[in-house]
Design a binder for this molecule. Sequence first.
Ligand code: C2E
Ligand code: MG
Ligand code: MG
Length: 563
Amino acid sequence: MEYIEAMQDMSIEQLIAVIEVLQKSSDSYFYIMDMDADTYIATHQMLKRFPLENTVTSDARSVLQNKIVYPNDYPKLKEDIRQCMTGEKNIHSLEYRWFDRQGRIVWIECKGTMISGQNGHKLLFGRVTEMGKEAKADNITGLRREVRFQYDAEELLRDKPQTINYMMRIGIDNFKEINEKEGVEAGDNVLRELADCILATVDPKVDVYRLMSDEFMLMDAMPTCGKEPQTVYDEIRNRVAESVREKEYSCFYTISAGVMRDGFAGKNADTVQSLTEFALNEAKRNGKNQIAFFDRDAYDEYLKRLNIRKLMRRNINDDFNGFEVFYQPIVSVPDYRVIGAEALLRWHCEEFGSVSPGVFIPILEESGLIIPVGRFVLWQAAETCKRWRKIIPNFHINVNLSYVQIYKSDLLQDVDRCIEEVGIPPESLMLELTESGYIETDDRIKELFQELKTKNFDVALDDFGTGYSNMRYLQEIKATTVKIDRSFVVQALNNENDYNIITHIIDMVHSLGSSVCMEGIEKEEELRKMMQAKPDMIQGYYFGKPSPAAQFEKEFLQSASLR
Ligand code: C2E
Ligand code: MG
Ligand code: MG
């Protein structure tokens, strides 16, 4: 109490000097609020962090209300101040939210004591502490944590970005698996071991932080830079391998790293976090247990893909605006009659124009958006087929299915519902599945083929010749049709050996009771040569490129025979 009284004799200038001195040795921010004059006095340090214009702010309540305090929390603050003013209490203590200079919400704990000023004014003398910063150190690894990195990096990036040699983000490969299979304690041990390996390797002046979950950040700023990041990573990796060996492989793990070496000027800590995270993900995508350097072009490509995904999602919600189904004719051999068509999805947008299916289909698959879009294609194809069957009675449309639709949606139910709603027989649709290695080993695909066939749908094995092309598998799934990919056809056109292989494959497919559709025939001489191999159907630019339904009708449905 006597200390408080002693402060009554201090002038406001002296009090300001006191808070500035205290500030030098603290991460909290000190302030004085003159309740009677409605003035808020902040330290210079506080000014850097929060959107106050000067150390002395008049109209303090209004500035606090309009610029600093998160609106929903203001009534709480107002009530606490009222109680301090009326003498109901003389200690202010409140946890609530402020905005920082970037407009981000920050949880703070504000504490203060009411004192009387020299002029008799009621003064609140106190400190503001960022609650997030409290978790500055990590008890598992003994390292500083992400909040501290954020703070240090922000300062460095703002004041002297040119001094940064590199920032390296290190992640443990398959950490989740370690936690799940070996237990959380084993996971903690791995984190501890890796922290030790890092600290034993790097120059003591390199700052090391533990970020969230299994990631670490190394920040090397001048004048440290003893070693190249590649060397640092190699040394840490070797040390990790050695420690795993020493512990007799009781817990095996490897590490990947993403590095940013330059381009720090003008970036903030959040951006650097995302860019190093991107580089680390690249290292993991490339197969893990390696280092990747941030690459602007790859990042731009990644952003473009994100943008495409966003635009497609928007289009999907806008009644599939921008998506269109094109149709490419499939002709029978040897009369070259149009007996069907393949439905091929197209997507265009203002920003990128027409985007190739090779680009947008994988994005739809990764994001799961192929499920609604696949349904859209299915229904469109079914309705188109219904119209065209009035002109060519046995016309069928091939629809491509993605493995994502098979694994993550109820495909059988969708196709059943589709033909029922549209009112077409199942043999109007031929469902195409791409041949690829993992499909062969999965019984689910075999079952699906079987079930579709039982329901009288035709099924095609697409892109044959691009993947593992396993005859035994062909025999097992008994597709209605095998579609030979253009790349295989091109090889056969240029190489007699490959041509002989294709001929034999076609014979074998026939002996299994399936038919063959040859894809990608562009020229007459290609057709002539490939006809000798005796396919049953042909699809290629020679007979027609994929086109919108209206154009297809004009070109191919007037007469049922080509040439
Ligand atoms: P795919 O199913 O093998 O389709 C055949 C592709 O070969 C089509 O490419 C077609 O335009 C092209 N093509 C046909 N004849 C010729 C030719 O004579 N010369 C050349 N150079 N190319 C020819 P497109 O339309 O670019 O589609 C590429 C792939 O995208 C398709 O390969 C299919 O895997 C996928 N795709 C297209 N639409 C869909 C869809 O609705 N759903 C799913 N899941 N995938 C689709
Ligand atoms: Mg296809
Ligand atoms: Mg194909």
